[in-house]
Design a protein. Structure first.
Length: 302
């Protein structure tokens, strides 16, 4: 039966190309970035939650994160092509050109910063631009040179909840610094677990991360434990400074203790299986912690 309305399917080639552009932004990481931005915005919301403003902060930060991912892949095209986990990404696989990725990434970055300036505030836009530059101009060039690049990358990775906070408050304060510290410390055992799991691949790519240079994994295991132990007092700060209440405190302690079990297993066994479990546990840990903070926010800073 004809209705007069003709639905034309999107050609497969066009759909595949759209999929490649989306993949260039690393959408799963982008989703985590936007969720942590939302957590920062919600934690900072004192006189009621403005859903529209929160959405704008999430979108602007997501655009900046996607831009960082696109330019990172353009810069690391040749190294990505050597690694099994990245060789099929759009740029190293040749489905998108390096110049295309650069233009696309630059356009996303500009759009994201302008979006934050227009719909959040100048401080949030400035911090978004700074996060982008740290990731692309500092972290990415340092990755093939030194394992200390991980610390630089963690600075950029800890910025999304700060952008959410400043989008809501328009100012940097102790609450923003606390969220930054939690995300910064969390990233270290998270990334070291990933790097241990994929150390052979990173070696093929020429990235001298600690797990690549650490043949036995003993130093990597110690670092995972040190950062995991440091994470516990860091996550207690929201209650101590009045951002959250005792329910959050109990949740942070319970989650920290559970995470230590996975960290200890990696430090002792140092197998791919336990590293994979730790990576998954760390991915569950962060949203659970931020959800507890959102559910029990309160006090002088809220």
């Amino acid at each position: 039966m004809k209705t007069g309305l003709e639905v034309r399917p999107v050609p497969l080639a066009a759909a595949a190309r759209l999929s490649d552009w989306l993949e260039l932004t690393r959408p799963r990481i982008g989703l985590l970035v936007m969720l942590t931005t939302l957590a920062g915005f919600f934690a900072a919301s004192a006189g009621g939650f403005d859903a529209g403003a929160a959405l704008h902060a999430m979108l602007g930060t997501g655009l900046v994160a996607g831009a960082s991912a696109a330019l990172n892949q353009a810069i690391e095209r040749d190294r990505d092509a050597r690694m099994r986990r990245t060789e099929n990404r759009p740029v190293p696989a040749g489905r998108l050109g390096r110049a295309e990725a650069v233009v696309f990434g630059a356009a996303l970055a500009a759009l994201g910063v302008v979006w934050l300036a227009a719909f959040a505030n100048a401080l949030t836009a400035f911090l978004g631009a700074a996060s982008f530059l740290i990731y692309v101009a500092a972290y990415t060039p340092l990755k093939p040179r030194t394992s200390f690049s991980t610390l630089v990358g963690a600075v950029s990775g800890a910025m999304p909840p700060v952008l959410g906070w400043t989008a809501a408050r328009g100012a940097l304060d102790l609450g923003a610094a606390t969220l930054f510290g939690i995300l910064f410390v969390w990233q270290m055992p998270h990334f070291l677990s990933i790097a241990w799991l994929h150390r052979e691949d990173y070696a093929r790519g020429g990235f001298p991360f600690l797990p690549v240079e650490d043949e036995t994994g003993a130093r990597t295991g110690r670092q995972i434990m040190v950062w995991s132990l440091a994470l516990i007092p860091m996550t207690l700060l929201p209650t101590l400074i009045g951002m959250a209440g005792l329910v959050y405190l109990a949740a942070a302690l319970a989650l920290g203790a559970l995470w230590l079990v996975f960290a200890l297993r990696v430090a002792i066994h140092r197998t791919a299986a336990v590293a994979r479990e730790a990576v998954l546990a760390s991915i569950v840990y962060l949203p659970a912690l931020l959800a507890a903070l959102a559910a029990d926010r309160g006090g002088p800073l809220s």
